[in-house]
Design a binder for this molecule. Structure first.
Ligand code: C5P
Length: 260
């Protein structure tokens, strides 16, 4: 049996600086309670439990003292030998928050996993699959799951048709080729640096269309490898997602790690 390749010295950049308006709690999403603890705490515990990180850089909403205090408390809770926990002010876009995390990376980091705090219940196995692919030589790795819905493209309806329907169908994507992409997205450090350098040159409309880091790597022409994600790694965005996440925590196994 071949030995598994040595793990790279890895940092997780945890982006938690979003406003969370779609959840409607009137507070940053990372602070919203889930199973009695803020979403951010679940995300941090998951990262540490995976053992994937030597450093965790958390990007928080600038000036958010309660979330900063939460990170300070978590730092104290970490046993000796746990990852270094760094806190930075996030930016006005997700990509800006990632860049703030990159600026705080310690020397010696070889690979970075960029993770959304909103995916607070990502199983450890997903972190492992991404890290293992990076160690085996992939420069960019994303976790993904099959799409269950039929996905179509649409455009705004024009003319008189607009009176009865706002949009019209323009095409149907072949479902077997589609994947719903999750985080943590893993990159060799030099690949992530190149991708974010290139992103600085994008026009504002192009920047606004960038929703994850893998898109920036795609633009470089670098292959992005895909490993299996998990439906448990849902992105808590709407009130319905919060109900699902609560349900997972209270599920029959009573554990966060239900599905690999
Ligand atoms: O809003 P969106 O779905 O893109 O958010 C994905 C993740 O990026 C969330 O965890 C959110 O906290 C984070 N984010 C951020 N800084 C922003 C916007 C979003 O860290 N300016």
């Amino acid at each position: 049996m071949s030995e598994s390749p040595t793990r790279l010295v890895t940092a997780v950049i945890l982006v938690a600086a979003g406003s969370g308006q779609r959840l409607g709690y009137g507070m940053p999403k990372a602070a919203v309670p889930l199973g009695g603890e803020p979403i951010l705490m679940h995300a941090l515990r998951g990262i540490v439990a995976s053992g994937a990180a030597t450093q965790v850089c958390v990007a928080l909403p600038p000036g958010d003292e309660p979330l900063r205090r939460l990170c300070d408390e978590f730092r104290e809770e970490l046993a000796d030998g746990g990852p270094l926990l760094s806190v930075v002010d996030g930016g006005s876009t997700r990509a800006d928050s990632v860049r703030a995390g990159i600026a705080a990376l310690m020397d010696g980091i070889e690979a970075v996993l960029v993770h959304d705090a909103a995916r607070a219940l990502t199983p450890e196995s997903v972190f492992h699959r991404v890290s293992e692919a990076l160690a085996a030589g992939a420069a960019a790795v994303i976790p993904a799951v099959a799409v269950v819905d039929t996905v179509k493209t649409v455009a705004p309806t024009t003319g008189t048709d607009a009176s009865f329907a706002p949009e019209i169908l323009t095409g149907t994507a072949p479902r077997e080729e589609l994947r719903a992409v999750q985080t943590p997205q893993g990159f060799h450090l030099e690949t992530l640096l190149k991708a974010h350098e290139a992103a600085q040159g994008l026009a504002p409309n192009e920047s606004a269309a960038v929703t994850d880091d893998a898109m920036l790597v795609e633009m470089l022409g670098t292959p992005v490898h895909v490993v299996r994600g998990s439906t448990q790694s849902l992105k808590i965005t709407t009130p319905l997602d919060l109900i699902l996440a609560e349900g997972l925590l209270e599920g029959p196994l009573g554990a966060r790690w239900v599905e690999g």
